[in-house]
Write a protein that binds this ligand. Structure first.
Ligand code: NAP
Length: 251
């Protein structure tokens, strides 16, 4: 049975880059997506063309039954040893005073509850005390967790703050189970997420003013994720790596 990596939201952006690097590292990859089957199929085809193994699995991480189905698909594919909790959403830039309860529910259901439930399913399979062979979990945080997102998306920033806390807590909780847990905090990365939050020009507008004079790439984030999962990171658990070109240390 091959070692399986699940990448939630593996069909585009950072998730797609992670799925491709994960396959290169030898994982059979579950490329999860929410609705864009075509994008997921492209990632699976790129992995197959490179000699790797991958399947596309639809599922909304904001829905528990979908999460269970994603993990059941992974069980049929091989032995789960890596989870990348990557799926995440932003919303339109607004001050808190204008945010609806429905928006907050969706943000926290997908970004926080979805990540915790996926990690729960992963721990149930990986924990050595439950007969698993151990593994790694990497969560996608954001430098927004430190900056706070004032005037734009304090809800998103708070959801990522929760991811940071969860990463540290779960790392300690499963430390004797052969499972390491880490996170990456990307800065501004050139993906579609900005357009989905109504700011399609965010990378072009903000890139030149960033400390490195540019936004980051999905591949630059994926490399940090793969490092955390690898044996090279054997003494790193509970670690949260900034991949932000120093954006996070701006005042
Ligand atoms: P993206 O380009 O918008 O891609 C999002 C991916 O997640 C797509 O594959 C999408 O699937 C999937 N997805 C969305 N909602 C989902 C759901 N409810 N269930 C399952 N899959 C879902 O995003 P990205 O920029 O690569 O961001 C990935 C992660 O990095 C997120 O957690 C984000 O918060 C974090 N991050 C990104 C940045 C940045 O600047 N890009 C910075 C900091 C942190 P479909 O194609 O089917 O819609």
């Amino acid at each position: 049975m091959p070692d399986v990596m699940i990448v939630t939201g593996g069909s585009r952006g950072i998730g797609a880059a992670t799925a491709i690097l994960g396959a290169k590292a030898g994982y059979a990859v579950v490329v999860n997506y929410a609705s864009n089957r075509e994008a997921a199929d492209k990632v699976v085809a790129a992995i197959a063309a490179d000699g790797g193994s991958a399947i596309a699995v639809r599922g909304d991480v904001g829905v528990e039954a979908d999460i269970l189905a994603i993990f059941e698909a992974a069980d049929r594919f091989g032995t789960l040893t890596a989870l990348v909790n990557n799926a995440g959403v932003v919303d339109a830039a607004l001050p808190l005073a204008e945010m609806s309860a429905a928006r907050l529910d969706r943000m926290f259901r997908i970004n926080v509850t979805g990540s915790l439930l996926c990690a729960r399913e992963a721990v149930r399979r990986m924990a050595t005390s439950r007969g698993g062979k151990g593994g790694g979990i990497v969560n996608l945080s954001s430098v927004a967790a430190k900056l706070g997102g004032p005037g734009q998306y304090v809800d998103y920033a708070a959801s990522k703050g929760a991811i940071d806390t969860f990463t540290v807590g779960l790392a300690k909780e499963v430390i004797d189970e052969g499972i390491r847990v880490g996170a990456v905090r990307p800065g501004i990365i050139d993906t579609d997420i900005h357009a989905s939050g109504g700011q399609p020009n965010r990378v072009a507008e903000l890139g030149p003013g960033l400390p490195m004079r540019r936004a980051g790439t999905a591949e630059e984030v994926a490399k940090a994720i793969l490092w955390l999962l690898s044996e090279e990171a054997s003494y790193s658990t509970g670690a949260i790596i900034d991949v932000s070109g120093a954006r996070s240390i701006l005042p």
